[in-house]
Design a protein. Sequence first.
Length: 380
Amino acid sequence: MAAAKPADTSPAPGIQLYVHFPFCRSKCAYCALYSRTGDTESFRKEYSRAAASAIERAGFVPETVYFGGGTPAVSFPEIAAAPLAEMDISEFSMEINPSDFTPSLPDRLLACGVDRVSVGVQSFDDTVLSSMGRTHTAAQAEDAVRALRAAGFSNIGMDLIAGWPGMPRDAWRLTVEKAIALSPGHCSVYSLIRERGTPLDIRLSNAGARPDPGEALDRVAEAGAMLGKAGYERYEVSNWAKPGFKCRHNASVWDGADYLGIGAGAFSRMGGMRWRTAPDPEAFVKAVSRGAEPPRTEEESPDALEDAVSREIFALRTSAGLDVANAVRRRPVLKCVEGKWRDCLEYAVSRGLLAKTSSGAFAPTPRGFEVVDSILAGLV
Ligand code: SF4
């Protein structure tokens, strides 16, 4: 079913849409994202129909769309995507777990408008993949990337995890080399975070192992050097892209845009409000089918200053950097923190953590990328 294109119904330009599909075949050892296992096909279909209804009800044309999870590919994404079919969307991304790849998947995704795929590779080492609890092999990930490209996807991203405990340095280099050889437009390299209560956390606790964030940062730096040599630009702490392949959805969110999150556990920032849809798929389906708003948790309406700060500071995590004068022009309420921000940022420049760009923005140096969150903490 394709809804008619809404005519000029967008409440404001530049709203990003995220749809969360919280269903996985099994839980990965490191994952603390909201998702669950064991749902029936019929419930996953019902959930996708509810997501489609919620998209229709939202009543605007999003600038970008991102289907994430969980694993959207096992959740009938074409059902949820139907209302978007006639809309003029600048980028439509979907996450893919190589375990869920089937020969028909690329054509199904192309048919529903997906034009960018982000493949959760994580590692090209089968021993590491098994220890992570991933249910695919390195060869399956490679085959999925090749098949997606052969089917017509030119905008392909890959996710890797740096700093897996016990992963030999040579194996990490081989993983990055393999990723580069497959030539995705985009590569995300996430520093492993030991999230409390995950199987990884329990495993490390039982072994009396201490987290070593330095190890993960070293591996990220190593990957960054290799990606840089291969023509990728680091445009955010964890993200590298070839020219023309930055993720527009995430870039817009970091630039302070509004985003609407649809689905159980999804986060939203719209106007002066922030909220999380309750991580309860049954409640989401039930509410939407009654024509009601799904229940929310963590709802807040920050004051104008807090809202402006939260929308502007994430520029500091990007290579474009934080342009203080521009931020104040966009959001005059920031005038009262301008002096404090400049002092804090100039101090970071004096420590070699930030550098001024040609346009006068403060952007992280390679060392600064490693500690950018502590610089951010000084701005709030
Ligand atoms: S497939 Fe993705 S969302 Fe699901 S458990 Fe693994 S990392 Fe988490």
